[in-house]
Design a binder for this molecule. Structure first.
Ligand code: ZN
Length: 198
């Protein structure tokens, strides 16, 4: 991940933090708003990715518990229906079966609540890093439209920075440029294509 890589690299090299002169004057809130939104999306994506093994384990346990409930209540209902005493009327058996079904449904609902996962992410800080970089430009043209896209070689990372997807803001190496000259990552491109097709 480019952002974490940059932070690590800066810390490892003991680079000093120097606030810009004049504070943040001249910076539109829209720009920060966009950065924050992209950061939030990235944080959510990362959280999902890191939680995946945990969620998989949880899903297995949930499936196992659901199976147990099903087996238990099925056998309970089976006993009642099959091994019923002669003196018991069909009405009483029906009532008891309905009670068993209600209890089973309640337990299944409970299971859903017990295995519900809620993750809350809170932003801690935003670091604005100002470093000299090597900058190149791609020029894309389609008919009369054209677009310049900056390519940045980062001396701290000693690498090219990924380019941000226009739709979701994720940094990517493989982007698709559409006839509208928008650059989209794989998932966003698939979504855009599906929306255009459907
Ligand atoms: Zn995207």
């Amino acid at each position: 991940m480019p952002v974490r890589g940059l932070t690590d690299a800066i810390e490892a090299r003991g680079l000093r933090f120097a606030p810009p002169r004049g504070g943040d004057a001249g910076r539109g809130i829209g720009e920060y708003g966009g950065i924050l939104a992209a950061g939030c999306r990235e944080a959510e994506r990362t959280a999902r990715e890191r939680l995946r093994p945990f969620v998989a384990t949880m899903e297995r346990r949930r499936a196992r518990d659901a199976e147990r409930l099903y087996t238990y209540f099925t056998s309970l209902a089976g006993e009642l229906a099959g091994g019923g005493r002669r003196d018991r009327s069909a009405a009483i058996t029906g009532e008891r079966l309905a009670a068993i079904r209600r209890e089973y449904e309640r337990k299944v609902l409970d299971l859903g609540h017990r295995y519900r996962l809620r993750a809350r992410l809170a932003p801690l800080a935003v670091a604005r890093v100002m470093i000299p970089v090597l900058r190149g430009t791609y020029l894309f043209q389609w008919r009369t439209a054209e677009r310049h896209v900056a390519v940045v070689w980062d001396p701290v990372l000693s690498a090219l920075e990924p380019i941000a997807c226009d739709s979701c803001g994720a940094g990517e190496w493989m982007l698709t440029v559409g006839t509208d000259l928008a650059m989209r990552c794989g998932p966003c491109q698939s979504r855009a294509a599906a929306e255009a097709g459907g």
